[in-house]
Design a protein around this ligand. Structure first.
Ligand code: PMP
Length: 287
């Protein structure tokens, strides 16, 4: 089956789907995006993703002329036509196509593109047994990383540094505070308390982060949304990360130094049960 993409109302073969060279997303990173997990053909947490997308569009003053209902329908249509049961839905909205000028164009409609690619979620379940390693990098991003824009160059460089060091993720640190990963939220566990950086302008408010906080609290576990230092992280009982593409993964080393003896811990395992049960509840998917 050929891969298909959605571009401004049309579904086309991915190989021939394109945007104009003067798309503002390309020229200025003047675009926002979402990545949603699709399991058993069902979009996980669609509602919070579309709420976050609308908030980001509003923050940047980008007008998207398609309502939430039709947007969801188009996304589902693309998923169905691609035929993958387990995949990632990528959705991007740029301010539009216009002659290059920093000033917003007066009358360019936003460009909406969506793509779908197959994804192996079972791999993430298998990784629970071993955990992953992170390195640290200085956080040199702009001051509004809570807006999910396609301007991801610092994140790209940080992730590449992680891969070059044989690690899965780079944690971005500023003034000794661990903010988040290059594409994931960062967590530690100390004395039974589950700790993650508060929302605000220094982190992206992850959908997986939000979901985990809710699930943990429903299970009477203690969650603290507060800044934690790299020193605390190194001395933590456990550490882990969350994102749409890695719903929960134990962190077993930071900058080559073992966390919690270098093996995934019991609280992270309990949280992983909650997270994957929620996936099953919403989509019926099981590893
Ligand atoms: N932080 C950053 C910088 C990210 O890019 C992402 C992934 N989009 C996340 C956190 C996790 O967000 P989510 O749980 O919504 O995937």
């Amino acid at each position: 089956m050929p891969q298909l993409a959605y571009v401004n109302g049309q579904i086309l073969p991915l190989a021939s789907a394109s945007l104009h060279v003067e798309d503002r997303g390309t020229q200025f990173g003047d675009a926002v995006y979402e990545v949603c997990a699709v399991l058993n053909g069902q979009i996980l947490d669609w509602q919070p993703h579309r709420v976050r997308l609308r908030r980001n569009l509003a923050e940047l003053g980008i007008t998207l002329d398609i309502a939430d209902g039709p947007l969801g329908l188009q996304a589902r249509r693309l998923i169905a036509r691609n035929g993958h049961q387990d995949c990632l839905l990528y959705l991007q909205v740029s301010r539009g196509t216009a002659r290059r000028d920093h000033v917003f164009p007066a009358d360019a409609p936003a460009n909406l593109v969506m793509t779908v690619r197959r994804f192996d979620f079972a791999q993430r379940v298998r990784q629970l047994a071993t955990g992953i390693k992170v390195i640290t990098q200085g956080d040199n991003r702009w001051g509004r990383v809570d807006i999910k824009t396609t301007g991801l160059l610092p994140n790209v460089l940080a992730k590449q540094a992680a891969r070059a060091a044989g690690a899965f993720e780079a944690w971005m640190v500023a003034d000794d505070i661990v903010r988040e990963g290059s594409s994931t939220n960062a967590w530690i566990i100390k004395d039974g308390r589950i700790i993650t950086h508060p929302t605000g302008t220094h982190i992206l408010p992850g959908i997986a982060r939000d979901s985990l906080i809710r699930l943990a609290r429903e299970a009477q576990m203690l969650v603290e949304e507060r800044a934690f230092t790299l020193t605390e992280a190194r001395a933590a009982d456990e550490a882990f990360l969350t994102s749409t593409t890695a719903p929960i993964l134990p962190v077993v080393a930071i900058d080559g130094q073992a966390v919690a003896g270098g093996t995934p811990g019991p609280v992270t395992h309990r949280l992983a049960e909650l997270v994957w049960n929620e996936v099953a509840r919403q989509t019926g998917w099981r590893a």
